[in-house]
Design a protein around this ligand. Structure first.
Ligand code: ZN
Length: 320
């Protein structure tokens, strides 16, 4: 029995009982209580500030729910990262090399779940969101798909054969190297790589390049050309690497710029240059590259999927 998170676990008895989740994001953490999108009993946001006080507030919310509603069947933690997700590691469940001040090395699993004596599961925030989209959203019924979010950072949740991809650790496609457009020497803003994908095409990168707040950048600004080219390379890379049946792309940048979806579809077709027949393989790019279905709820619901998986494994249910 594997313990990595899957989209295929049926919402059985334990999942219908009370589950708790926490989505830890770069700007806010969302605590959620319930069992799915039609059963959200409470949801509380906490600003992601100084580490110890933020974790204390989250623990206080979870404790309050437990005291009011009774014990949880499982707890899911969907966290920004990178995370150490190697179960044999001494630092399993810790944040590793984050750029968020004061959070490097944080034992998220231990500090939020270690003392609770209940099934706990942890994964990245974007993997959690992908799992939620597979269970309830725009990838429902699919075992092979990708979920991309383009916002403060760029994250990709890759689902292959119904499970989040996991090998030596989780994947980090937001930081792939990008072939630059001719003559484009803008250095990018990633603290680790400069002009990786996130360093070129995340919301802060776009704003830094334009010298304007994102909302003030005109739709016809030349700043969108390298952004479209970089994200198009991500789409092609994902298609060629894992052959997903659908690619969901959302996040603040894409949601606020509807024209970007059209551009990205065109860019993928242009970039493939006839090498693959998307119409034949996928029914056409308009059906292949699509918006997510759960909106801002994908992240918190992802934490509930992780909680359901933890409960499923703990109860030896089939399909976990
Ligand atoms: Zn990077």
């Amino acid at each position: 029995m594997k313990y990595e998170s899957s989209v295929g676990v049926s919402v059985g008895e334990s999942a219908r009982s009370l589950l708790a989740g926490v989505e830890l994001g770069g700007t806010k953490c969302v605590c959620i209580l319930g069992s799915g999108p039609d059963d959200i009993r409470d949801q509380v946001s906490v600003p992601t500030g100084e580490r110890d006080s933020t974790l204390a507030r989250i623990n206080s919310i979870l404790d309050g729910w437990r005291d009011t509603h009774g014990p949880f069947a499982g707890l899911g933690l969907a966290s920004f990262g990178p995370l150490d997700l190697r179960r044999e590691s001494k630092t399993f469940g810790h944040i590793t090399s984050t750029v968020k001040p004061g959070w490097e090395g944080t034992d998220v699993l231990g500090r939020l779940g270690g003392h609770r004596n209940l099934p706990v599961n942890i994964n990245t925030d974007v993997n959690g969101a992908a799992l939620a989209e597979g269970r309830w959203g725009a990838a429902r019924g699919l075992d092979d798909f990708a979920y991309i979010t383009v916002g403060t950072g760029i994250g990709v949740g890759l689902i292959v054969a119904g499970r989040t991809v996991f090998g030596c650790n989780h994947t980090e496609l937001g930081h792939i190297r990008i072939a630059r457009l001719p003559g484009d020497t803008w250095p990018g803003i990633c603290q680790f790589h400069g002009d990786c994908l996130e360093g070129l095409a995340s919301g802060p990168a776009i704003g830094a390049r334009a010298g304007l707040p994102g909302s003030a950048i005109p739709a016809d600004s030349p700043v969108w050309e390298p952004v479209t080219a970089a994200l198009g390379q991500l789409l092609q890379t994902i298609l060629l690497a894992t052959a997903p049946r659908r690619i969901l792309i959302g996040g603040g940048v894409v949601v606020s710029r509807p024209e970007l979806m059209t551009r990205l579809r065109a860019q993928l077709v242009k970039s493939l240059n006839g090498y693959l027949d998307l119409d034949d393989l996928t029914g056409g790019v308009d059906h292949y590259v699509v918006p997510p279905g759960l909106g801002a709820l994908a992240g918190p619901l992802g934490a509930l999927v992780l909680a359901a998986d933890a409960a499923c494994v703990a109860n030896n249910q089939p399909g976990c």
